[in-house]
Design a protein around this ligand. Sequence first.
Ligand SMILES: [Fe+2]
Ligand SMILES: [Fe+2]
Length: 203
Amino acid sequence: MAWQESTKNKMLRLELPTDPRWVDIASISLEAILVDHAYCEQKAASSCISLIIKFPEFDEMVDVLTPVVAEEWQHFESVMQQIRKRGFKFGFPRKDNYVAQLQSFVRKGGSRKDQVSELLLMNALIEARSCERFKLLSKNLEDKELSVFYHELMISEAGHYVNFIQLAKKYQDPEKVENRWQEWLNHEKNVMKDLEIRGDRMH
Ligand SMILES: [Fe+2]
Ligand SMILES: [Fe+2]
């Protein structure tokens, strides 16, 4: 397991690890973090749906992402069950500064393949960061059920991360993808560095 996890960390290649204070605050804001997480899963599902709608000509992407939509919606359903069984209240979504700042980095223009691979990389990055944070929750939450829950989600999101990267490399020269991925990682590092640490946000 230790080997698997260290491999996973290297694989994610995030430039800046999450500030350890985040998981401490998140642990004592379970209701808020679960509600925010539920919306993250909803957005993950809708992001895959919108890729399928915007780029229906890319068969392999459509075929890979179609079951991912169902998985993300299943994650949403599971988070909602965790919210309900604890008597927590679901509510309106909060402003997602993290995703907004990633979206502003999306390069416009170019070919259809350029556009799709750019969006695939943004999705890969959100999966990578979510995966890192789920791991922290899984290791630090005292609630054993949630700890197991986040471990399972971490594995699932790591799989999605791999899907997105592999698809990007299918539609774009892999070397170009690697270079652009490094630019995305650098951008994400700066976003994370300046983002307020809040226990009621998954990101
Ligand atoms: Fe998910
Ligand atoms: Fe995912």
